[in-house]
Ligand binder design. Structure first.
Ligand SMILES: Cc1cc2nc3c(=O)[nH]c(=O)nc-3n(C[C@H](O)[C@H](O)[C@H](O)COP(=O)(O)OP(=O)(O)OC[C@H]3O[C@@H](n4cnc5c(N)ncnc54)[C@H](O)[C@@H]3O)c2cc1C
Length: 455
């Protein structure tokens, strides 16, 4: 029996095919012309079916690529060398939502936006908000340990996971944590799956903790003539002991690409923008917004404070669309996500532009300033091999710069396919040894997303 026939016997013929649609061969790295090839696509409909699929592939020695929403920026979900794409999209149930207990159990294929919306409908907050929330899945967020603007105050995905259900080799469905709020018995293997990018096993469901939703949110957006003035203000917010929910930045080139749709008038002299948001009770948010306005006004050309839900949502919708607007400029981009200690943010922003210019690439950056996390981006025509090559060389210099400043090659997107060589520079020999030992312990045959994550 062929592998596809065997998989079809598990999930039903309509959910297993050797004729893999193009949509399952790429992720957001398509903007830099990345595309893989797969021998089969399988779409299990339950955790038990995922276990049976893994058992089948493990027995036959077939490599598997778990796939969430395909919004990843590291090529993690791109299948290589004829691997089997295991799409978790049919695991899309919220298994439980207990508002009185502030918790939810969601299957891996529930979109991030659905998790946030369902929490909000119950007066609760799931604060993690990576930019492609309508497309990305909670399983994919766990696999990448995704962040986003509100990670500054609330932390990244892993901070909200209290338990996992996952399929480990050679096809065993296991559970860790869940409703229990504390558990220090045994090694915390589930923590290792968070951020493992599908290389250690497949997440089938996630237990999330939630918190009561803040009564209100008050964003303050300010524009400056240049990055120096903007970065001084970011340092000022931290030094003043103000804790905004977000502390975002966009540089001048990003504003040039995406500013036309900014939901307020934007002066042509705008060379940098900072977006900080206060949240909490009405009184608390007003107090923090007042403090933010005072600090952000120093050296600002203009300050925009959206009012009411519609205006606030318009601001964040615009912010989520920045990546797409930048891609649209030349039809493609290579976007990295280095992070540096926040005091080096200004230097990293400046160095990003210098590196791009050296390689003849139009360059911009924006990102999560409070976390020192830059989306350093080289804009290009994805059908131009020479530009892609120049972007590769530029990215390599970018990673060196991040490491020189005491940072990391990936703040939130993960390593996937595109940053393996860079990670090799970041990890010490002992760390590399441990990483490979962990991989071997979880995946002795090396079949979970091979050629990803590990140098
Ligand atoms: C416009 C845009 C904005 C973005 N903004 C942000 C942002 O602000 N912050 C941020 O962190 N990211 C951001 N991203 C990147 C992306 O959305 C995140 O990395 C997200 O977590 C990927 O989730 P996904 O479901 O799309 O995963 P995929 O792209 O499908 O997969 C990503 C990786 O996870 C693995 N994987 C997926 N599901 C599972 C599973 N169930 N079990 C095991 N492994 C699995 C895959 O094998 C792959 O290695 C953005 C992307 C876009 C396109």
């Amino acid at each position: 029996m062929s592998l596809v026939d065997q998989l079809a016997a598990v999930v039903g013929a309509e959910h297993a095919t050797a004729d893999v649609p193009a949509a399952y061969l790429s992720d957001a790295t398509e903007s830099r012309a990345m595309r893989g090839d797969a021998s089969a696509l399988v779409r299990p409909g339950s955790a038990e079916e995922v276990a049976a699929v893994v058992a089948c592939c493990y027995e036959r020695g077939a490599a598997m690529v778990p796939r969430g929403g395909g919004s990843g920026f590291a090529g993690g979900a791109v299948p290589l060398d004829g691997a089997v794409v295991v799409s978790l999209e049919r695991l899309d149930r919220i298994r439980s939502l207990e508002p009185g207990l502030w918790r939810m159990e969601a299957e891996a294929g529930v979109t991030t936006a659905t998790v946030r919306r369902r929490a909000r409908e119950s007066g609760l907050l799931y604060p993690v908000d990576p930019g492609a929330a309508e497309q990305s899945h909670i399983g994919g967020n766990v696999a990448c340990n995704a962040g986003g603007p509100h990670a500054f105050k609330y932390g990244v995905t892993g901070a909200w996971v209290t338990g996992l259900e996952a399929v480990l080799a050679p096809g065993e469905l296991v559970r860790s944590g869940g409703a229990v709020r504390k558990d220090v018995a045994g090694y915390d293997w589930a923590r290792l799956l968070i951020g493992s990018e599908g290389t250690l096993g497949m997440v089938t469901a996630v237990h999330l903790r939630l918190v009561p939703a803040p009564e209100t949110a008050r964003p303050v957006a300010a524009v400056y003539a240049d990055a120096e003035s903007g970065c001084a203000v970011i340092a000022g917010v931290l030094a003043a002991g103000i804790e905004p929910a977000t502390l975002e930045y966009l540089d001048g080139a990003t504003l040039a690409a995406a500013g036309a749709s900014f939901p307020a008038a934007l002066t042509e002299a705008a060379g940098f923008m900072v977006i900080a948001e206060a949240d909490g009770s009405v009184a608390e948010a007003a107090r923090v917004a007042d403090e933010l306005r005072e600090v952000l006004s120093v050296g600002a050309l203009a300050v925009h404070e959206p009012e009411g839900r519609g205006e606030i949502e318009a601001l964040w919708r615009w912010r989520s669309g920045v990546s797409i607007a930048v891609t649209a400029l030349h039809g493609g981009k290579a976007s990295e996500d280095i992070a540096v200690p926040v005091e080096h943010l200004g230097e990293a922003i400046r160095a990003t532009l210098e590196i791009g210019a050296r390689h003849g690439l139009e360059t911009c950056s924006w990102g999560h300033a409070g976390d020192g996390n830059l989306h350093s981006t080289f804009m290009l025509d994805a059908s131009d091999p020479a530009a892609l090559e120049r972007a590769e060389a530029a990215a390599s210099e970018l990673f060196d710069m991040a490491l020189r400043l005491g940072g990391t090659v990936s703040g939130e997107h993960g390593v996937g396919l595109v940053k393996r060589a860079a990670l090799a520079k970041q990890l010490a020999p002992a760390e590399l040894r441990i990483a490979h030992a962990i991989k071997d312990a979880f995946d002795p045959k090396g079949l979970f997303n091979p050629s990803k994550k590990l140098p």
